[in-house]
Ligand binder design. Structure first.
Ligand code: PGA
Length: 259
């Protein structure tokens, strides 16, 4: 079962997850981090700045979950740009060691396979940060995605394009296609950390954590993984049936277990 941690704010969530990432990087200087974009992980990256300030991060590697297809890599909302701005530059990572799927249309047919090879060559992802879409997607694996899927091109749902229109000059500017790690790729990471904040995410979280495992709700794939931490604020946790149990388990967790 996923461990569910309900915290008071996204800042508190950021500190909890950043502490775990800093611990990982201290123990394993060439740790491989799975990086997510969107609003959700920002408090983690913010908290990581001070926590990694005195840690040698020169060998840390990173792989982003996804990228838009056909968007100029230099566009400020390409995930290449977002990862550079929010993660690589502020944390002082080596840009050569942080990869984002290649969403340029030339060569897109083989970009997924190339990305899978790069992740395998790096030894796999140690800790994968995940957000969840209101439609239940993780990465850009929209409802119906195979649990065995690897990195490939997908078509975004109208719901996802509407959710992401805030980053663009309206919905028409949001690309229709993306290249995303598959659910099978994500499930290979050694530790999944799924974060969600706000009421709008409550139905997707309830389905992902407590609903049936179904491709209709890709986030439910986390139930198939042996090491998952789900970090939520009260609003995102508001539709969980067993919230009291999760609070009790967290409050009484043996210190030696870690996250
Ligand atoms: P958000 O997106 O963090 O911007 O809410 C999450 C997602 O779509 O996976």
């Amino acid at each position: 079962m996923a461990e569910v941690v309900i915290v008071g704010s996204r800042q508190e969530a950021g500190v909890l997850v950043a502490d775990e990432i800093a611990r990982l990087v201290r123990a394993r200087p060439d740790a491989v981090l799975g990086l997510a974009t969107g609003s959700t992980p920002l408090s983690v990256y913010e908290a990581l700045r001070s926590r990694l300030a005195d840690v040698d991060v020169s060998r840390v590697r990173g792989f982003a979950l996804d990228e838009y297809v056909g968007l100029d890599p230099a566009h400020p909302e390409s995930y290449r740009s977002v990862i550079a701005r929010e993660v690589v530059e502020p944390l002082g990572l080596d840009p050569e060691r942080v990869q984002v799927p290649d969403g340029r249309t030339a060569g897109i047919e083989t970009a997924g396979e190339a990305y899978e090879r790069a992740i395998v060559a790096a030894g796999g992802v140690d800790l994968q940060i995940l957000g969840i879409g209101t439609d239940g997607h993780i990465g850009f694996n929209e409802p119906g995605s195979s649990f065995a899927s690897l990195t490939r091109v997908k078509t975004l749902t109208p719901e996802t394009r509407a959710d992401n229109a805030r980053f663009f000059d309206g919905i028409d500017e949001v690309p229709r296609h993306c290249i995303t790690q598959g659910l099978g790729t994500i499930l290979r990471a050694r530790h999944l950390v799924l974060l969600a904040f706000g009421e709008a995410k409550a139905p997707a979280i309830a389905g992902a954590v407590e609903g049936p495992v179904t491709a209709m709700l890709p986030g439910s794939a986390v139930q198939l993984h042996p090491h998952v931490t789900v970090v939520l604020d009260e609003a995102a946790a508001s539709r969980l049936q067993r919230a009291d149990y999760y609070r009790d388990a967290w409050a009484n967790k043996p210190a030696w277990q870690g996250l």
